[in-house]
Ligand binder design. Structure first.
Ligand code: UDP
Length: 195
């Protein structure tokens, strides 16, 4: 992948179109991919916490979500094609999913919000099947049951909204057991989608 290093974090230089193309191939490969939508807060977290940095460096794809990251790439003389916002990427993947009949699992926020987000996404992208959802308020003791519930419906996409300090390390820790082709932290996206 063509990347630019921002404080040791390899950020992909592709724009939205190439990113979606790559992720479609990722789904076809069937192999697990962790997608991180990088913003300056995450880069700062990586600078302060070596385990967070390692987790980021092991991600299969890091896209330039924050304008600060886009700016930093420009600054080091290796500009990215454009900003690839996580919120936009979520919608692009839902749209792409309609063409390939992808299955999606939504994890995070409260029960009410995730249920409403699932309802609205189903209305907007009826060809992409939401095969399951659950809230993001659970502790490590429930990780296994959450993983089992996801694996039981074998989705192609897993979107996780639990806050950046939790969602990315959680995906990083379990991506091999989860085995979902595309796993991406989406922060506050479900809050926006649910209205
Ligand atoms: N969230 C969650 N479980 C948690 C903490 C947060 O599901 O333990 C959800 C929260 O409801 C919100 C999303 O994660 O929808 C993003 O949370 P927040 O804005 O606090 O995190 P940030 O993106 O600012 O790190």
């Amino acid at each position: 992948l063509p990347t630019v290093s921002i404080m040791g974090i390899p950020v992909c230089k592709w724009g939205m179109k190439d990113t979606v193309k790559y992720l479609t191939q990722a789904v076809n490969s069937g192999k697990p991919h962790q997608i991180i939508t990088a913003n300056p807060i995450m880069v700062m977290a990586a600078m302060e916490d070596p385990s967070y940095k390692q987790m980021m460096q092991k991600a299969e794809l890091i896209v330039p979500d924050g304008t600060g990251v886009v700016w930093a790439a420009q600054k080091v003389g290796e500009p990215v094609a454009e900003r690839v916002a996580g919120f936009d990427l979520l919608h692009e993947l839902m749209k792409e999913g309609e063409r390939h009949h992808w299955k999606v699992y939504l994890l995070g926020t409260t029960s009410e919000v995730i249920q409403e987000a699932a309802r609205r996404l189903t209305l907007q992208y009826p060809g992409t099947e939401i095969v399951g959802f659950r809230d993001g308020y659970f502790g490590p003791d429930q990780d296994q049951e959450v993983i089992d519930a996801i694996k039981a419906v074998s989705p192609h996409l897993l979107f996780v909204a639990r806050g950046a300090d939790t969602q990315e390390p959680w995906i990083g820790k379990y991506k091999q057991i989860l085995g979902v082709p595309i796993m991406m932290g989406v922060g506050g996206s479900f809050d926006i989608i649910s209205g």
